[in-house]
Every structure is written in structure tokens, then in C-alpha cells.
Design a protein around this ligand. Structure first.
Ligand code: ADP
Ligand code: GLC
Length: 470
């Protein structure tokens, strides 16, 4: 079957977080199953687009309200991605090096219209259109109800919620930007007196998925105002656990690592990566190394990190290294901690793909005290690299990490107070001292298979159900 994934991000073209990793991997695994899966995303002005060559495959104009907008669709020439990727170039709106900005409404409405205008005139339509997150949440509505896209009415749409905290709401005063539709249907766009692309997608997509079974359950009572909508649409909703790209994330071949390693050589391999990290960041390599990688936002528990680190570092029996950026108050807090715990704590504020890989490899434990975690990929990467996760039992973390006391391999805490997280860290530190058990666990977790091959099949089954309904 032919599947079109539509997304604002896709690794390695443009990445802010896990959305990019998912959209950059799932199509590859769907193609391995014999399908034709591709990605359509915006054309940003970034390193990837500057360093690659593209061919133009479609040019047209559409109306955004009263304004004529020109766009072009480019196809990546180089075949290195294992799936076709098409970039929609709308110079006035999308061509910046920032994936997101403060006013994304016009940008992403324009992107969605351009994509549908291109697809709707194709001689052979795709079997499935799979939209990811609120940036493309109006597409299922437009496909079913915009006069201009009538040809797409019977193409099944799947919508995946990667994070319901972000819904992309905007005022009804911008309704005129959406292509002509029967005004009796305005209610489908509305939630709480605003146009809400996430709510619209939940109402209009043929099926709604999210990225782990536990998060699907949690959404019924914690979805930033959309709980009742999700409960009423529950029958068409399903949680499918994300996978990881086990080719990109493979410690044996990962080109970013200081030293590659397998399960057999994990002890010496991790040591080399840890040594590099400790030398680079002034930490003591004899102590267990705890890492945190991620966006510094409330959902990730970022506001609690300084307190957690402060409690945990008092015994001087561990080191902590953080990679991330976000809330500036949180970032400033780390500057103070760096002074207070010099030699035990360091933080790299920013985004660095290479460093993240070396950290997954060289860390001993990974911290994820997320308040909300729809799936979480970090814990799956860390398992593959033999780094033990310490997680809040929520969402996808609950579905992928089992506590060592329950015959598992990680450290789980029930709540996200600084005290609870610090207790889990203390348990981990005691475990580190049990050298044989610790080493056995590293090897055991490297065997856990979280690759996309299982979940890719689940998506195909779901698409097949929809194709039968056409
Ligand atoms: P989310 O999408 O909510 O940010 P995920 O766990 O799904 O969380 O995915 C986060 C992805 O982004 C992972 O690939 C992680 O390694 C990466 N990442 C997050 N912050 C950084 C950073 N500062 N530098 C490099 N990679 C990062
Ligand atoms: C979102 C979620 C994260 C998930 C990712 C990929 O960014 O916050 O938990 O892993 O999407 O689905």
C-alpha cells in the first residue's frame, strides 16, 4: 500500500524532539514490510537542505484567505533515507531555520493546504494519509469537508497524537484561511470557542492513535481540556507503542561514539565513552554517571531537576551530566549547581545530536522524571546502549521500563517529587556497587528489542482495516 506521512519534523532533515525520530523511522520499517511509505514535510532553511540536492516535482498557487501563495514540492534526490521524502517550499512562510516560531498558525495552515492541493490532483491517490500532531491536525477535516479537496474524501486519514499538551489553538477570526467548506460544519473546528487543530483531528480522522497504550488511557482523564472529547471518540482511538530505529541507534556501528561496542564488549566500550565525557566535562570517571537529555520543560520535570541534583550530589558518590535547553530559569539554576558541585555536575545547554549519542553510551543511568511522557524515546535508546533508566511510572515509560524489584531492569518512582526521584537515584547508586549484578543488567537490557518492526506491523493492520471501509 502507499502511505503518506505528513509532519513538521523528520530526522535527519529537521528535528526538535521525538516526533522527528518517529517520522524518520516508521516509514523505513513500513517499506521493509513491502509498502511504499514516504514523508511530506516543510522545506526549512537548514544544514540538511543546504547540503543536499532536490528536484522540483510540483509547482502551484493557492489562496490563503485572500492572498495568493506560491509553492513548490521538492523531492530529495539522494536515496540515503530508505524512504522518499518530499519538502514543501513556501518561501514567504516556511523558509526559516526555525521549525517552530511564535506564530505558526498561518505557516502550518498554508503547509496543509499546499500538501492537499498537491495530493488531490494526483492520478493515483495514496491508500493512507497519516498526519502527525496538531501542526497538520486540520488535514482530516479538509480532506473530508473542503470543496476543493473532494477527491480525497474517501482516502482514510490516520492521526497520531504525539503530545496532547500542544494543540495549536487559534481564533475563529482566522477561519477564512481554511479553504471553502460548508459553514454548518464549523463546529468540527471548534473547542472552547477557538479553532483547535488537535480537537478537529480527533473528531475528523478515521482513526486516532497515540504513542503508547498507557498514554492513551491517561488521555481520558489528562488531556489539557480534551478529556471528554477523547472519551467520546474512544472507539476509534488506539495506543501503539513507538519503536526506535535500531540501525541509527546501534552501539556497534554508531559513528558518533568514541568507541563502538556490542553486548560482549559493553564494559570496555562504555568505559571509553564515559572517560571521554568525564574528561570533557570535568567529572570523576570512577563514580557512577547519571545523565539527563531533553527539553527543559515542565512536562519533563525540568523544574525539579536542580533540587533533585542538589539532594543527590550531597554524598559526592556520583556525577551528573545534563544536555538540554528550554526554560531559562531552569538553565540559570544549573549555572549555580555547576559552581557548587564542580567536578560532580556539569550541563551542556543546547542541542547536540552527537553528544546525546555519546551520553547514551557513556552514562551508567538515565534520568527521566517526566510528569507526562506520551512515549519517550530516550529510555529505549538508553536500554539499547546498556544504560539503566530511572523513570517516573507514567505513559510510555510505564510501558517500557520495569523496576528491578519486579524482576525488571530499571528504577521506577510513583511520583515526581524531588524526594521520590532522589530515593530512586539512591537505590540505583546502591545497585551500582553490586558490580556483578550491575554488569549482568547492562547486558540484559541491551537485548531488549524495541525496534519498529513490531509497531510498524500494528500500523499496517490498522491501515488495512480502514482501507476495507473505503
Ligand atoms: P520529546 O519528543 O518529548 O522531546 P522523546 O523522548 O520522544 O521526547 O525524544 C527526544 C529526542 O530528542 C531524543 O532523540 C533525544 O535524544 C533528543 N534530544 C532531546 N534534547 C536534546 C538535546 N538537547 N540535544 C540532542 N538531542 C536531544
Ligand atoms: C512527543 C512526546 C514523546 C514521544 C514523541 C514521539 O514529543 O513528548 O513522549 O516519544 O512525541 O512520539
Amino acid at each position: 500500500m502507499t502511505i503518506y506521512h505528513i509532519s513538521a519534523e523528520c530526522f535527519p532533515v529537521a528535528k526538535v524532539g521525538g516526533l522527528a525520530d518517529v517520522v524518520g523511522a516508521l516509514p523505513k520499517y513500513q517499506n521493509n514490510l513491502g509498502h511504499q511509505s514516504c514523508v511530506i514535510m516543510p522545506f526549512y532553511d537548514n544544514k540538511f537542505t543546504q547540503n543536499n540536492t532536490f528536484e522540483s516535482v510540483f509547482t502551484a498557487t493557492f489562496l490563503l484567505g485572500n492572498e495568493k501563495v506560491n509553492f513548490r514540492v521538492f523531492k530529495l534526490k539522494n536515496k540515503s533515507l530508505d524512504f522518499n521524502i518530499f519538502l514543501v517550499d513556501i518561501p514567504e512562510l516556511l523558509f526559516t531555520n526555525n521549525i517552530y516560531s511564535n506564530d505558526d498558525t498561518n505557516r502550518f495552515i498554508a503547509f496543509q493546504i499546499a500538501v492537499l492541493q498537491w495530493i488531490s490532483q494526483m492520478e493515483v491517490l495514496p491508500d493512507i494519509i497519516h498526519c502527525h500532531d496538531h501542526h497538520v491536525g486540520l488535514m482530516p477535516f479538509m480532506m473530508s469537508h473542503a470543496d476543493q479537496f473532494k477527491s480525497l474524501k474517501r482516502v482514510p486519514s490516520v492521526f497520531t497524537i504525539h503530545n496532547a499538551q500542544y494543540q495549536g489553538q487559534f481564533s475563529h477570526s482566522k477561519e477564512n484561511l481554511i479553504p471553502e467548506f460548508d459553514k454548518n460544519l464549523t463546529g468540527l473546528l471548534d473547542w472552547d470557542e477557538q479553532i483547535n487543530p488537535l480537537a478537529t483531528a480527533i473528531k475528523c480522522a478515521w482513526r486516532v492513535t497515540t504513542v503508547s497504550p498507557s498514554y492513551m488511557n491517561e488521555l481520558m482523564y489528562n488531556a489539557k481540556g480534551l478529556e471528554s472529547l477523547l472519551s467520546s471518540e474512544r472507539n476509534k482511538c488506539i495506543g501503539i507503542l513507538n519503536g526506535i530505529d535500531d540501525v541509527v541507534w546501534n552501539p556497534k556501528t554508531d559513528g558518533f561514539l568514541i568507541k563502538n561496542y556490542s553486548k560482549k564488549t559493553v564494559i570496555s566500550g562504555k568505559k571509553a565513552n564515559k572517560q571521554w565525557l568525564c574528561k570533557t566535562f570535568g567529572l570523576d570517571e570512577k563514580l557512577p554517571l547519571y545523565i539527563f537529555i531533553g527539553r527543559l520543560v515542565y512536562e519533563k520535570g525540568a523544574d525539579l531537576l536542580s533540587e533533585i541534583f542538589d539532594i543527590s550530589l550531597q554524598d559526592t558518590q556520583k556525577s551528573i551530566l545534563l544536555l538540554g535547553s528550554g526554560d531559562q530559569k531552569v538553565e540559570r539554576g544549573f549555572e549555580q549547581l555547576k559552581e557548587k558541585y564542580a567536578g560532580y555536575f556539569n550541563a551542556f545547554i543546547g542541542y547536540d545530536e552527537r553528544l546525546s549519542h555519546i551520553m547514551y553510551a557513556g552514562g551508567d543511568f538515565l534520568l527521566m522524571p517526566s510528569r507526562i511522557e506520551p512515549c519517550g524515546l530516550n529510555q529505549m535508546y538508553s536500554l539499547r546502549y546498556g544504560t539503566i533508566p530511572i523513570v517516573h511510572k507514567v505513559g510510555g515509560l510505564k510501558d517500557t521500563v520495569t523496576d528491578i524489584n519486579d524482576h525488571g531492569f530499571g528504577f521506577c518512582h510513583e511520583g515526581v517529587s524531588a524526594i521520590e526521584v532522589s530515593k530512586a537515584i539512591s537505590r540505583a547508586n546502591a545497585f551500582y556497587a553490586r558490580v556483578e549484578d550491575f554488569r549482568k543488567t547492562l547486558k540484559r537490557i541491551m537485548d531488549i528489542d524495541h525496534s519498529w518492526q513490531y509497531s510498524a506491523k500494528q500500523y499496517i493492520r490498522l491501515y488495512n482495516e480502514l482501507i476495507k471501509l473505503k
